[in-house]
Design a protein around this ligand. Structure first.
Ligand code: NAP
Length: 295
């Protein structure tokens, strides 16, 4: 069994759903001697303070990371580089910097030129979330039973990787290590494309002229409701995911469009066998998901 990870001072940069869940977990299990959080807006910090998530609160990233041995970047992917630039001067040698961003290759590329030598960067992605945002949305059990993916480069300090791995394992996560590019492809099909489809179908329903909005809401239990939950996810976070994982998403979207066209053909030509064959196959996937306790 791995020893419980412990830090002297944790700096949480961004205090939304993910980082506020981390704060609650660290407080619950006493994983740090002290903790500071940093947000862009004063009202976010005030909310975090009311919730007593940390010991210290600041809007200055450099001040936040001063003296921290663990820094967790929990801001939208498109903001990671500028936030890292702003905190650069405060980082101490030997500090571990990790992130929780939903895209990995661009983040690694962005931070390569920004983080000073002697600071260990361990890119990460806890694959756990909800459609809610902000400091009030988090809870310590968010990560329990889910997967976390770390994408360190070969030269990354092994002890730093192990410490981040031990932290996520303590949070109840199963941890996988993989190449950043592969992570981005896997997440493009398992997470990014489903979100794009949800945003699209909800938008299409909203634009319809033959079916009223009242009817869409009234009969939403027919399947639409599940899409609206996903399509309620944070607009800025998801804008950044698509802008930063462009290639992988476009590749998966190409495959998806081809398969959609063949379904369209099956319906047009009344090819019931083709429809039933696919629906039987997809039902099996749902079953394996339930068996793997990821439902
Ligand atoms: P969130 O609840 O929306 O919180 C985002 C935080 O980042 C807020 O504290 C916000 O501060 C700060 N922020 C936003 N834009 C900023 C900027 N331009 N400069 C500095 N700070 C900024 O977000 P979240 O859901 O926790 O997501 C954080 C990260 O986790 C993202 O990279 C996302 O891809 C990743 N992730 C999310 C999920 C999920 O389901 N939500 C799951 C796994 C990973 P203010 O409030 O002051 O603006």
């Amino acid at each position: 069994m791995t020893a419980t990870p412990h830090f002297d001072r944790v700096a949480l940069i961004g205090i939304g759903l993910i980082n506020s869940s981390i704060a609650r977990l660290i407080n619950r299990d006493g994983l740090a001697a002290s903790m500071v959080c940093c947000a862009r807006r004063q009202e976010t910090l005030d909310e975090a303070r009311t919730l007593e998530l940390c010991d210290d609160y600041t809007t200055d990233p450099a001040e936040a990371v001063r003296g921290a041995d663990l820094v967790v970047l929990g801001v939208p992917v498109g903001a990671i580089k500028s936030v890292a630039e702003a905190m650069q001067g405060g980082l101490q040698a030997g500090a571990i910097v990790t992130d929780v961003g939903s895209v990995k290759a661009t983040v690694i590329n962005d931070l390569k030129t920004v983080l000073p030598a002697g600071v260990h960067f361990v890119p990460g992605h806890p694959v756990a979330g909800t459609e809610h945002s902000g400091p009030g949305a988090g809870f310590a059990e968010l990560f329990d039973g889910r997967w976390c993916i770390l994408t360190p480069e070969e030269a990354t300090d092994e002890a730093a990787v192990e410490k981040v791995r031990a932290f996520w394992a303590h949070a109840g996560m199963r941890v996988d290590l993989m190449d950043a590019k592969h992570h981005d492809q896997v997440l493009a099909i398992t997470s990014h494309l489903p979100h794009l489809i949800a945003y699209n179908i909800v938008g299409t329903a909203h634009d319809l002229e033959t079916v009223t909005e009242r009817e869409v809401i009234k009969y939403s239990a027919g399947g639409f409701r599940d899409f609206t939950r996903i399509a309620a996810s944070d607009p800025v976070m998801w804008r950044d995911v698509f802008l930063n994982n462009r290639e992988a998403v476009l590749e998966m979207l190409g495959r998806f469009s081809e398969d959609l066209a063949s379904l369209q053909r099956a319906i047009r030509w009344s090819d019931g066998d083709a429809l039933e064959e696919l629906f039987t196959r997809t039902r099996e996937i749902r079953r394996s998901l339930i068996e793997a306790k990821q439902a």
